[in-house]
Design a binder for this molecule. Structure first.
Ligand SMILES: Cc1cc2nc3c(=O)[nH]c(=O)nc-3n(C[C@H](O)[C@H](O)[C@H](O)COP(=O)(O)OP(=O)(O)OC[C@H]3O[C@@H](n4cnc5c(N)ncnc54)[C@H](O)[C@@H]3O)c2cc1C
Length: 421
């Protein structure tokens, strides 16, 4: 598929997006240098602490019609799944306005869902192939994903989301009553209905998975440089190198995959991207004395519950504030309370680990994958919000086509940075 020219590509950021891009580019015959100041897949990355869902169902944007009516509640209720910190409201208003507008009509939400489907519908297959090619097949579990509801009426309240999923081709099995007890004995009896997305999968250890993909890229020829990118060296309108805190790295192409920190790098090239952190949290219970048979998403908690090497993890919450604002650990406590309610056997358990991370989110719920305005040799790959783990392999394939000047595997026009210009 590639045009055989070998370029030196600097990939900025070693989260799941940068890791997958680095490996795909090496496999496409490019010389790759991965720039990452921290441990790839370490706690600084959203890719470390996420919910581990590899979900073809993750196509519904956060912003849907009628959401604006709930904003006052988000500002005042500290226990809901989405909160906005008052102090940051003035700075967030432009992003928030675009966010609400992006979901103001069903037509817009339907369009976003079908575009996201093109990124994630075959994510379990792609990750299974990727993990196997890194000699770590056990890192992807293909047991399906269980979306649990108190009852069928609660499920019906999400009819729009599920009908959009069905329109795009997702299938699932509805499970009620006794069968639900058999499928997931740990669930509280207050859940009497569930949807089993059998095609869904999960990652057993998201942080270690990133590290494994990076290690594979290095084994296949990439170089990992532990430094921080802070700009670009452009000569006569062409990329000559990536500026880092330890000097300039000469290269002919660059990929910006620095998660929430991509905004300033894009800014250096003349692209003002409205990228904000949808801050999320996780808690883990090291010895929960229950083992979920597959990941669960309880509808009322809006969190993913998944077994990891750290124990049972609950990941979720959306908190809009500044990326550098102090964590509000009450949000982790909310996850813990939900866990205790969802699985009665956890009633006396406490969290043994807690974490905050930054979903790199655009207001329209779509990532930015495309060439930079100020320099066509730089390709953006960030802004994946809630779906970055699931969408990483497909993103890497698109990035590789842009770097190698070959045909993109899907229509990429909706991901262009120019939509914000
Ligand atoms: C609570 C929570 C739950 C989630 N659950 C899911 C889920 O179940 N499924 C799913 O698909 N997605 C999920 N997500 C979203 C997913 O985790 C993110 O979309 C994804 O991890 C983003 O990956 P990334 O590589 O773009 O960014 P990151 O993982 O944040 O990686 C960016 C990397 O860039 C590095 N970096 C930063 N600045 C520079 C610089 N100047 N130079 C060089 N390197 C730099 C950082 O050190 C970091 O390692 C969840 C997110 C959260 C927070």
């Amino acid at each position: 598929m590639n045009d055989k020219t070998t370029r030196h590509v600097a990939v900025i950021g070693g989260g799941i997006i940068g890791a997958c891009c680095a490996l795909a580019l090496v496999r496409a015959g490019q010389r790759v240098t991965l720039i990452e100041p921290e441990t790839p897949g370490g706690t600084q990355a959203a890719s470390y602490g996420n919910g581990a869902f590899l979900s073809p169902a993750s196509i519904i944007p956060m912003s849907v019609p009628g959401l604006w009516k709930k904003v006052p509640g988000y500002l005042t209720d500290p226990t809901g799944p989405l909160t906005i910190r008052w102090r940051y409201l003035p700075r967030l208003l432009p992003w928030l306005a675009r966010f609400l507008y992006a979901g103001h009509s069903l037509k817009k939400v339907r369009r976003t869902a079908s575009i996201l489907w093109s990124l994630v519908h075959d994510s379990p297959d792609r990750h299974a192939e990727l993990a196997a090619s890194c000699a770590r097949p056990e890192m992807v579990r293909r047991d399906g994903l269980l979306y649990a509801y108190p009852d069928r009426a609660a499920f019906a309240q999400e009819a729009l989301s599920w009908s959009l999923r069905r329109e795009n081709g997702l299938t699932w099995r509805e499970i009620a009553g006794e069968e639900l007890r058999e499928i997931e004995p740990a669930l509280a009896p207050s859940y009497s209905f569930a949807v089993l997305v059998e095609s869904g999968a999960s990652c057993t250890d998201p942080g270690a998975y990133v590290a494994a993909v990076v290690a594979q890229a290095v084994a296949e020829g990439a170089e990992l440089v532990r430094t921080k990118a802070d700009g670009f060296h452009i000569v006569d309108g062409k990329l000559a190198g990536v500026r880092t805190t330890t000097g300039t790295l000469a290269c002919d192409r660059a990929v910006v995959a620095a998660g929430i920190r991509s905004k300033s790098l894009a800014g250096a090239l003349g692209d003002t991207i409205p990228l904000e952190s949808e801050r999320g949290y996780h808690v883990e219970i090291a010895s929960p004395d229950i083992a979920l048979r597959r990941p669960v998403m309880p509808s009322d908690g809006k969190m993913s519950n998944v077994m990891t090497p750290g124990g049972l993890r609950a990941a979720g919450q959306v908190e809009l504030a500044s990326v550098d604002a102090e964590p509000d650990w009450r949000r982790a406590n909310i996850l813990m309370d939900h866990l205790r309610r969802t699985y009665p056997q956890l009633a006396t358990k406490n969290a043994t680990a807690r974490w905050i991370g930054h979903r790199p989110s655009t207001p329209d719920g779509l990532p930015v994958i495309g060439k930079a305005k100020g320099c066509g040799e730089v390709v953006y790959a960030f802004g994946h919000g809630h779906i970055g783990l699931s969408a990483a392999p497909r993103t890497a394939e698109i990035v590789t086509s842009l770097i190698c000047d070959t045909l993109a595997p899907i229509d990429t026009s909706a991901f262009a940075a120019s939509r914000f210009r």
